[in-house]
Write a protein that binds this ligand. Structure first.
Ligand code: HEC
Ligand code: HEC
Ligand code: HEC
Ligand code: HEC
Length: 351
């Protein structure tokens, strides 16, 4: 071999090593999840699963307290949400919330220790709304969270602000580009779409706004379909986020021979459909209105508040905390059911 060829081979080998460095090494485990021959399989890397095991473990519930005893409203002065609890359950809830959201700061994260009743800290105002939000998720979004439900821990995992939350990206066009606006496309290395060259903000259009996700034509002639390749790429970006957030592939929800076809999809796709609507409500009804009380240094580069997406709860597991039903141990977080007609409307597709 000539020296030149040696150099070439060395370059190729090191190039290939660089390219493959991001890949996970075999063996991987796979499980059939659809009919035979449809290629619907779940592929997982047992080493990745083992490495993340602690993240998906739910903390043990605090010992239960008697259900009777004086109501918290008899003792406390400023209860707008938790007045229906008895004193023992109230205190148990405060202790649990502290562990879930502010284990380092303790009660003082939300309270002025000299006067627990006052609302002087914005964190207390936010926490009150978060309790209402958690009740709404557990009580009215069982189409998504089933009996498993959620607690503050599902999202916060001991952090003041959930690690998996998102801010709007600053418009790339304003960052001194030479060649105009890339319309949010092809910025390699964006974690939001698992480094794919896809529109890098799948959240604003679909998990904040209610843009149309479906892109496939429903008529024989293309004239019936008003969606573009650009729309399809944006949908693909959201689908990558959803797959990544749940640690699954497309076939967890779709039969890839007919992505749009509900009759060939798995029950998980229906659950995901409700999940998309639930996240929109979490962001629009609960989180975004809290921007007004949140200090500027907790807001993102464009002045928006940290918002939820699929990863906020799931964090890479197909069921958050591997399906541990924590919520049932905390009556303070159970919600009231919505009247049946509203649910029927929701199922009929009225967002
Ligand atoms: C993450 C925020 C947060 C943390 C941490 C927290 N609390 Fe609270 N606390 C609240 C909220 C919100 C309320 C009001 C609930 C309502 O309006 O029904 C409240 C109300 C109270 C009240 C009632 C005061 C009154 O007279 O109205 C007491 C007492 C209290 N908390 C004690 C504690 C103790 C003790 C701890 C620490 C173990 C603690 N809290 C930790 C958010 C928090
Ligand atoms: C669906 C996920 C989710 C759940 C469930 C949830 N939170 Fe949050 N929480 C968030 C997100 C996202 C933020 C960031 C938005 C913000 O800054 O207010 C946040 C922010 C907060 C903050 C403000 C933190 C700061 O320093 O700005 C407090 C306090 C808080 N949550 C308390 C709670 C409590 C208490 C519960 C349970 C009753 C709870 N959260 C349940 C997602 C969640
Ligand atoms: C967790 C479940 C889930 C996963 C995983 C998932 N999807 Fe989806 N997909 C959905 C849901 C739900 C919709 C419909 C959303 C709506 O209409 O609100 C959808 C819609 C679509 C559509 C539009 C179909 C139409 O009617 O035009 C395409 C295309 C698609 N997904 C492709 C993918 C691809 C490619 C992947 C893998 C990268 C993937 N999906 C992963 C749940 C999923
Ligand atoms: C507020 C927390 C929360 C958020 C945010 C959330 N989920 Fe979930 N999700 C859950 C819980 C809890 C379960 C478990 C319910 C059960 O026991 O089946 C679940 C279950 C699912 C399942 C069924 C998984 C399986 O293997 O059976 C799918 C699919 C799913 N979620 C998709 C999504 C998608 C897609 C999003 C974002 C659009 C999302 N979820 C956002 C809490 C959440």
């Amino acid at each position: 071999m000539s020296p030149n060829r040696n150099i070439l081979v060395a370059l190729l080998v090191s190039g290939a090593t660089l390219l493959l460095a991001g890949c996970e090494h075999p063996p991987v485990a796979h499980e059939q999840i659809g009919y035979r021959g449809t290629g619907m399989e779940r592929i997982v890397n047992p080493r990745t699963v083992a490495a993340n095991a602690a993240l998906h473990e739910a903390p043990e519930a605090a010992p239960a307290v008697p259900a009777d005893g004086p109501k918290a409203t008899l003792l406390y002065k400023n209860l707008q949400v938790l007045g229906d609890l008895n004193v023992a359950e109230f205190n148990r809830t405060m202790a649990a919330m502290t562990q879930w959201v502010a284990p380092e700061q303790g009660c003082a994260h939300c309270h002025n220790p000299a006067n627990f009743a006052e609302d002087s800290k914005y964190t207390k105002v936010v926490a009150r709304r978060m309790i209402q939000m958690t009740r709404q998720i557990n009580g009215n979004w069982q189409d998504h969270v089933k009996e498993t439900g959620v607690t503050c821990y599902t999202c916060h995992r001991g952090h003041n602000i959930p690690e998996k939350s998102w801010f709007a990206e600053r418009e790339v066009a304003t960052e001194g580009r030479l060649l105009g606006n890339n319309f949010g496309q092809n910025r390699a290395g964006m974690a939001s779409v698992a480094n794919a060259s896809l529109p890098y903000d799948p959240y604003t259009p679909y998990l904040l706004k209610a843009n149309e996700i479906r892109v496939a034509g429903t008529t024989a002639l293309p004239t019936g379909n008003k969606t573009s390749i650009k729309d399809a790429e944006a949908t693909h970006g959201l689908m990558i986020h959803m797959s990544d957030a749940l640690g699954v592939g497309c076939t967890w929800c779709h039969n890839t021979r007919a992505m749009a076809e509900w009759s060939q999809s798995t029950p998980q796709r229906v659950q995901a459909w409700f999940g998309i609507r639930m996240v929109r409500e979490i962001n629009n009804e609960y989180i975004v209105p809290l921007t007004a009380v949140t200090p500027p240094d907790h807001l993102g580069p464009t002045g928006d508040i940290a918002k939820a997406n699929c990863a906020t709860c799931h964090q890479g597991a197909n069921k958050p905390l591997n399906g541990a039903a924590m919520a049932k141990h905390y009556p303070a977080l159970a919600g009231a059911a919505k009247p049946a007609d509203t649910l029927a409307e929701r199922k009929a597709g009225k967002n």
